[in-house]
Write a protein that binds this ligand. Structure first.
Ligand SMILES: C[S@@+](CC[C@H](N)C(=O)[O-])C[C@H]1O[C@@H](n2cnc3c(N)ncnc32)[C@H](O)[C@@H]1O
Length: 226
């Protein structure tokens, strides 16, 4: 898997920023997907997700089915890796081209029966039921920082009271614009703590892909009862 640095030193990222800059709608993201300009795309699940599934610490299994949401799922690799007996996953992306790609990827997966891909905007989409688990990777850092409070509110509303949020945080610094926008653990805490989310565990991502080594942490959050 050849990976590239996701920051302003990468010409592909500069072009992504030109396309997305100032677009209130999803047009910029759509153009990126349609032009195949997706420097964030690993072409396979991120190793941390594979490890997470193997760890046996995710909800679901043992006769129960947990529902999982992957917002901004892109090519769908992580969503598919999380799915399987015991976990039904919804991969959500605002771009139809991403959803088509994700469906194609899931069609070659043995866990294809445990997944659905939805083309909708995370900020307005209304599912029938809240989820047991939400997994965010390179979505928080992709959205404009002015939307971070709304991101947190959506996480709150889309999770069951006993649900879990897992953020695989891409902690890039020193960027004058984005995506990816600068992000710190504090940035997550500033929007999630006021809603009652607390970090249950946080660790460096020891299996990050080469270009992202030392830049990622995985945090697991729960909603505390008021
Ligand atoms: C940086 S990419 C990350 C994709 C995927 N998580 C990955 O790691 O490969 C961000 C994704 O979020 C999607 N996106 C941006 N705004 C969105 C929104 N409001 N609702 C849903 N998806 C959105 C984009 O289309 C894009 O696929």
């Amino acid at each position: 898997m050849a990976t590239v640095l996701l920051d302003g030193s990468n010409p592909a990222v500069v072009r992504v920023r030109q396309l997305i800059d100032g677009t209130e709608s999803s047009d910029g993201w759509t153009r990126c997907w349609e032009e195949g300009l997706t420097p964030w795309d690993l072409g396979e699940p991120t190793p941390a997700v594979v490890e997470l599934v193997k760890s046996g610490t995710l909800p679901g299994g043992g006769g129960t089915t947990a529902t999982v949401l992957v917002p901004g799922c892109g090519g769908g690799y992580d969503a598919v890796a999380l799915s399987g007996a015991g976990r039904f996953v919804v991969g959500l992306d605002v771009c139809d081209a991403a959803i088509q790609k994700a469906r194609q990827w899931s069609s070659i997966s043995p866990d294809g029966n445990f997944i659905a891909f939805v083309n909708a905007d995370f900020f307005t989409w209304e599912p029938p039921e809240p989820f047991h688990l939400i997994f965010d990777y390179t979505f928080f850092c992709a959205i404009d920082p002015s939307l971070r409070s709304a991101w947190a509110r959506r996480m709150y509303d889309l999770l069951r009271p006993d649900g879990e949020l897992i953020t695989l945080m891409y902690l890039v610094e020193g960027q004058e614009s984005g995506p990816p926008f600068n992000a710190t653990v504090l940035d997550y805490e500033e929007v999630l703590n006021p809603l009652g989310f607390v970090i249950v565990s946080i660790e460096d991502n020891g299996v990050a892909v080469e270009a992202r080594k030392g830049m990622e942490k995985m945090a697991r959050w729960k909603k505390m009862a008021n």
